[in-house]
Design a protein around this ligand. Structure first.
Ligand SMILES: [Zn+2]
Length: 210
């Protein structure tokens, strides 16, 4: 595929779908990350139990008055260290994954990489997904792609709101007005194309004409 223009569609179900058909999964759905998230929750619960147990009473504005000053509570400090180390592990896993993917994509030496402006993509408008988005670090992904494009002399193009990459048929160009966010498969009523929604969007981005 060297020399081609490629499009990358970012999403929740999969982190990235490339117009070449390559799919990069959402790492937050892997067993390893899920286990760490679970452990994190457990350790956080433990620390809040320890804090509760150390409350003597509360003052008039409901602030706790401690039995022992917190800085003397070695067990709480140890617990917080445990939590910090799990956070660090998660951050490292996510960052390494992003570096691995973005490196792999630019190493295919496309002539151009096209992505959608994140502020206007459908997923960013959905507030329920905001946690997943923060975890997936869409912005970090784009930042890495951008500077790696510079390193490898690849043209980076960002596409704005006016380009409906998910609504256009990547085969015939027909624009579908009634595509819902929940429609995972794109079906074209004009030419009959049936294609994964994200792949369709990625191909449209790849074919984007400035
Ligand atoms: Zn079509």
């Amino acid at each position: 595929m060297t020399g081609e223009s490629i499009g990358i569609d970012l999403g929740i179900k999969n982190l990235a779908v490339v117009s070449t058909g390559k799919v990069y999964k959402n790492i937050n759905k892997t067993k390893k990350v899920k286990q760490l998230e679970k452990r994190l929750k457990r350790e956080k619960r433990k620390v809040s139990r320890k804090l509760e147990g150390n409350i003597e009473k509360r003052d008039s504005s409901h602030r706790p008055i401690w039995k022992r000053p917190l800085r003397e509570c070695k067990n709480i400090e140890r617990q917080n260290q445990k939590i910090r180390s799990i956070y660090k592990k998660l951050t490292d896993i996510r960052n390494n994954y992003l570096h691995q993917i973005t490196r792999e994509i630019v190493k295919t030496k496309p002539s151009r990489i096209v992505m959608e402006n994140l502020n206007v993509s459908g997923v960013m408008k959905n507030r329920h997904l905001s946690k997943a988005i923060a975890e997936q670090k869409f912005y970090e992904f784009k930042r890495q792609i951008k500077y790696k494009c510079e390193m490898y002399d690849i043209n980076f193009v960002e596409v704005g709101r006016f380009y409906a990459s998910s609504k256009i048929c990547s085969q015939c160009g027909h624009k579908k007005a009634d595509l819902k966010l929940s429609d995972r498969i794109y079906r074209c009523c004009e030419c009959g194309l049936v294609i994964d929604r994200d792949l369709n969007a990625a191909i449209n981005l790849a074919n984007y004409k400035i």
